[in-house]
Design a protein around this ligand. Sequence first.
Ligand code: SAH
Ligand code: SF4
Length: 415
Amino acid sequence: MPNYHIWTIGCQMNKAESERLASLFDQKGYQVVPNATQADIIILNTCVVRQNAEDRAVNKLRNLKTLKKSHPGLILAVTGCWVDSNIDRLKANFPYVDYFFKAGDGPPWEDLNEWSQALPKQPQPTTYVPIIQGCNNFCAYCVVPYRRGRERSRPLSEVVCEVKELVKRGTMEVTLLGQNVDSYGHDLPDKPDLADLLTELNGIDNLYRIRFLTNHPKDMSLRLIQRITELDKVCKNINLPMQSGSNEILKAMRRGYTVEDYRRLINEIRREIPDISLSNDIIVGFPTETEAQFQQTVDVLTELRFDTVHIAAYSPRPGTIAARELVDDVPADEKKRRLSIVEKLQEKIATKINAGLMEKTVEVLVEGKEKGKWYGRTGTDKLVFFSDNANYAGKLVHLKIELTSPWSLQGTVNH
Ligand code: SAH
Ligand code: SF4
């Protein structure tokens, strides 16, 4: 039986797809190996959302050239968002690669019927479940719609059956994935939405938590917000990327909302769900972003105070609207400066928010052990570490928080 090795970078969708590849191989009896040099099958699951992710994937691929030469029987395959529709060009540039296959597709040398049934390997307490593929939004900076195509929702009954099966195998928490989960269902015959799907999933016995990401500020509905408050298994955590605090930049980004719309939505969410935790994505240095416009982003982040902010420096992506129509005119050093200002601000905000959890008891789903410490997440997506000799893998545990930092918490078991 062959040994396999999967290398993954990028978003949760890539991770979900790598989990599914691994489970197909596991079902066939293939052995996973930690090192590419021991493998008979190597898969690189790539990301091109920013230039540095693309560079990492290409470097990795170049490094594997010698390995492929010394191990002629090795299957070397590349998937993920680096694989565009021009596979012939990729093959010409990287002739030593055996297969290129598009993100979300199965490995073409395997039985693809088996691939479509491959569920993530078990047991693991928390599992990603893609519910909608692709994106119809074409934000000016973003390459995703070009690489993952238009939106395709999975039928509601199919998702429910899959989650039931995962729960039977030991999953306690699912994270529903989509580039825009608020679009879920619009392309299905009965037009169910995310609120309908959450309601169905909430009824599954022995499923304890339901998460979802990513929401889009132009699409998130009041109906969904209310449903989150009503359904006990749905985690009080929302990922709602703002991207910029300037209306001019949001317009140039083609995001479809204003800062005022965004603020109204956040206030609405907080009114309905007071204990909600919120995460945000920000891009600094988008073309034409002035110091004053950047300052507006800083001001909105200071005002609205998010639990987590993912910050990226704008990276022009060939083929996108911004790369075609706008000059990347904010110098690299200036992007770095703006990025670090937002990072420092967010560190302060998260320090304060997390300090508020001191002495509180939180419920954590334990995902594993690292450097002698158990770790898991709260429903609000706070990472918590604790030490205890008993086996807590896959258990829900109540912890009293004794140490906090902007990035994680530490607690002790409440016996
Ligand atoms: N669908 C999600 C996330 C898509 S990509 C959404 O709508 O937000 C994940 C994040 O990468 C984005 O939120 C954005 O902040 C960042 N990103 C995407 N393209 C980028 C680019 N060209 N340069 C810098 N950051 C980018
Ligand atoms: Fe990219 Fe915008 Fe679609 Fe998100 S919503 S994947 S940022 S195009």
